[in-house]
Design a protein around this ligand. Structure first.
Ligand SMILES: Nc1ncnc2c1ncn2[C@@H]1O[C@H](COP(=O)(O)OP(=O)(O)OP(=O)(O)O)[C@@H](O)[C@H]1O
Ligand SMILES: O=C(O)c1ccc[n+]([C@@H]2O[C@H](COP(=O)([O-])O)[C@@H](O)[C@H]2O)c1
Length: 215
């Protein structure tokens, strides 16, 4: 079965932490496609300081010379709050049921999953690839623990089943956050080497993250 994975984020801005994680997951799990999916209007956090267009442009620049990663713009073209379940439904309609679809997230996101819009539907539509971040524990009780017990899967399921598994992957994450990048720039310091050079040049050319309200 063809395997397509989505790596969703606000990408405000995209940085090497995101890019290495996406690339490593694609290679280690031998996925056919890994798409970066910038969220237009994240329902769960304040409006990002950089526009959807700017965040899209930065992801486009970041993946330009990387054949393993692609940009998926569909959430940017949809009005209203961005919900992952809507995106997965749209993709299912487009791709049918014979393609394996996965949504990648950090363990911190998995712990907050019960607050996501129509969250129980997510595992009907896709697999979840969860990367454990240092300092986070897998829950022993509650809704997420139950979900894990029901859906826990192994890498081979990604190719043999279209959806429904939760894969836990331990991976070293680069200690970079978009918040950290924005704070450096706002305070007049350099964020060079934390993100692709072309993205850094874009931030400078468009004077992003220099005002307090863009933090
Ligand atoms: N350093 C990192 N390495 C790997 N994955 C990361 C890293 N930072 C964030 N992620 C993951 O990337 C996805 C998108 O994250 P997001 O766009 O919110 O980035 P962020 O750097 O965490 O941003 P912010 O600091 O604004 O919260 C999430 O699934 C998150 O878990
Ligand atoms: O659908 C939801 O309700 C939902 C709630 C929180 C986060 N998400 C998605 O999770 C991804 C990571 O979000 P973030 O805030 O860490 O950038 C991104 O693709 C969001 O659209 C989705």
């Amino acid at each position: 079965m063809k395997t397509i994975a989505l790596f969703g984020g606000t990408f405000n801005p995209v940085h090497f932490g995101h890019l290495r994680m996406a690339l490593e997951l694609k290679e280690l799990l031998e996925l056919d496609e890994m798409r970066l999916l910038p969220s237009r209007q994240p329902a769960h956090r304040a409006e990002p300081g950089a526009s959807a267009q700017a965040r899209r442009d930065m992801v486009a620049l970041a993946v330009e010379n990387c054949p393993q990663l692609q940009l998926d713009e569909r959430e940017l073209n949809r009005e209203g709050p961005t919900y992952t379940v809507d995106t997965l439904e749209e993709l299912r309609q487009e791709l049918g049921n014979n393609v394996s679809l996965s949504f990648c997230m950090g363990l911190d996101s998995l712990l907050g999953l019960p607050a996501w819009h129509r969250w129980e539907k997510l595992t009907e539509l896709a697999h979840l690839i969860v990367v454990t971040r240092p300092g986070w524990q897998i829950p022993q009780g509650g809704e997420v623990a139950e979900l894990l017990a029901q859906h826990r899967g192994e890498p081979e399921h990604l190719r043999s089943e279209a959806a429904g598994r939760i894969l836990l992957r331990e991976q070293t994450l680069l200690p970079i956050s978009a918040t950290g990048v924005r704070k450096l720039i706002r305070s007049g310091r350099s964020a060079q080497y934390l993100l692709p050079e072309r993205v850094y040049e874009y931030i400078q050319a468009h004077r992003l993250y220099q005002r307090r309200e863009q933090l």
